[in-house]
Design a protein around this ligand. Structure first.
Ligand code: TXA
Ligand code: MG
Length: 326
């Protein structure tokens, strides 16, 4: 594995490597992705192998320009163009009917393909220079925490990737919102970096996948996912005072009042406040970073409280819930 910078020279190298069928971890505004040429079946197979990802879990295909989506998907379905105009480049993934030339390996044999035009200028430049759409799942071993820094990719995938482009910390910090436009009404499969409320304004009648009433159809909906190695216990907002941690434990708080209460209780070896200003955008940006750090800190348990379930709070709660299921 070789670490690259975001210099023009290094981005050329990264793009060339993708064209040659190699695996390149690239920064996006959400999390780092493990990129490969979406037309190259061998490269796609290597992505699954590197991640130890089951082949039934399809990849997101990334394009440099919103218009590029029509190369891989049918963008004439209702709402696709409207949403691309409004939210791309950005943290929205649309599931659309796929073009025949997209390899089945990228879509796990589904008739649909997940497409995203990321906001990250570094990601877009690499894709542009590569001249091919880039299939990229999050650059973590299957089921583990997504990487928000190049160091996370080095630690988790290291020699299983050819290059890692270090673009610093990912500003959004949680993965894209995945919206299925191949069904009527459109269905949000995974809450993420684009708030559900903004999509609901654009699509009257939009549905949100609810694990209480439906069984998963996409693997990102599997309950156990995005998980740290330590057990994580999730409690209601403001509920950390009722926690009964055993052994060395950390509390993940949301907001200064909650952090103060946790400190006063004397129960915790570590207290981390995801956002002293109770801002869910800040909490999302910090989430995986904090979980990576706490996971390596020699603690026995992590306890977290839920955020209010709106804006990016919904995405954070979804990741905390999935991290809490073993
Ligand atoms: O922000 C992100 O989305 C990041 C960056 C790298 O773009 N990528 C990411 O990829 O999170 P991944 O592979 O970790 O998650 C993709 C999700 C999975 O839950 C997968 O099941 C779902 O998208 N997905 C992909 N193709 C699909 C399809 N055709 N139908 C339904 N779900 C699909
Ligand atoms: Mg992932």
């Amino acid at each position: 594995m070789r670490l690259l910078s975001t210099s023009a020279h290094d981005l050329e190298l990264a793009a060339k490597a993708i064209r040659e069928g190699l695996l390149v971890a690239i920064p996006t505004e959400t999390v780092y992705g493990l990129g490969a040429d979406a037309w190259n079946r061998v490269a796609l197979a290597r992505v699954f192998e590197a991640k130890r990802r089951p082949s039934f879990d399809p990849l997101i295909v990334h394009v440099a320009e919103p218009d590029g989506a029509s190369e891989v998907a049918d963008v004439t379905v209702p709402y696709a163009r409207l949403l691309a105009d409004r939210f791309w480049p950005g943290p929205l993934t649309m599931v659309l009917p796929k073009m025949a030339r997209v390899p089945d390996l990228a879509t796990s044999g589904l008739p649909t393909v997940a497409v995203r035009c990321p906001a990250s200028m570094v990601a877009r430049q690499i894709i542009r220079l590569a001249g091919v759409p880039v299939a990229a799942p999050s650059a973590n071993p299957f089921g583990y925490l997504s990487p928000t820094r190049a160091e996370h990719v080095v630690a988790q995938l290291g020699d299983r990737v050819d290059y890692i482009v270090d673009g610093g910390r990912c500003p959004v910090g949680v993965e894209s919102t995945v919206l299925d436009l191949s069904v009527d009404p459109p269905l949000i499969l995974r809450p993420g970096g684009l708030p559900v409320e903004l999509l609901a304004e654009a699509i009257p009648g939009i549905q949100v996948f609810d694990r209480a009433v439906s069984s998963p159809t996409a693997p990102g909906q599997l309950p156990s996912h995005y998980a740290p190695a330590r057990p994580l216990y999730l409690v209601a907002a403001g509920g950390l005072g009722l926690a009964r941690p055993a052994g060395r434990a950390a509390a993940l708080c949301f907001g200064a009042a909650s952090a103060r209460a946790a400190a006063a209780s004397g129960l915790w070896d570590r207290i981390v406040d995801l956002s002293p200003e109770s801002n869910p955008i800040q909490a999302a940006a910090a989430l995986f970073d904090v979980l990576h750090e706490l996971d390596a800190a020699g603690l026995e348990q992590l306890w977290a409280e839920r955020l209010p379930d709106d804006g990016l709070g919904r995405a954070v709660n979804d990741r905390l819930y999935k991290a809490s299921v073993k």
